[in-house]
Design a binder for this molecule. Sequence first.
Ligand code: FES
Length: 255
Amino acid sequence: MAKKQMMAHITAMTKVTTDIYSMWLRVEGIASEAVPGQFISLYCNNEDRLLPRPISICEINREEELLRLVFRVVGKGTEEFSHLQPGDTIKVLGPLGNGFPLQEGKAILIGGGIGIPPMLQLAKELPGDVTVVLGYRDDDLFLKEDFEPYANVVISTEDGSVGTKGNVIDAIQEEKLEGSVVYSCGPTPMLRGVKAYGEKNGIPTYLSMEEKMACGIGACLACTCQSTDVDDHSKVHNKRICKDGPVFLSTEVTL
Ligand code: FES
């Protein structure tokens, strides 16, 4: 799958909640190739900010060559993107990363915080029965309604205001969920819990480790994670999340 660099046209931009934005982009030749779990890199128009920002793909409309990105403003780059308007253009590179393998069977999708958006296209494309467990801080349940047409939705909140009080694993236990495959994306402590849950129950568990990405193009080495096997080339227990991932089987990585 070849990645392309191009100027993308913004077709829609909305504020989802306090610091989270949803953007649709027309990216011919990128959207038609993209799969759930991949990401694209966005370049800032401000040339002081050289490195592109990797952002996961939330939805794909292949017929119309559109991608939806849902991102949190975490710094100057994402702040700049949040001011883009329909009709504006932005340089992008993608699709990047490996994406989630689509497996038959009963899937449990687990998203925490800004790890929630990439679960949406996956929920739309998985062939079997899908339950999605969404972990939030409080009752600001961004994207929850977007999932409802495609999945049984289970919520956990840290403050207990909606659903299970606690984390996503507490919700899985409280709801007695069972699945034959697990897919997840979210902060590292959550992924650690998901890895332990999947391995204890003998369920193939895929982790998207995008939280640790920086340049997204293999250049900065900020994204290495520890792997269980040894890299052929460098002979070390390392993988680059942006190049080798961001999706790994839980048994391939140590967290
Ligand atoms: Fe820079 Fe992977 S994010 S090398």
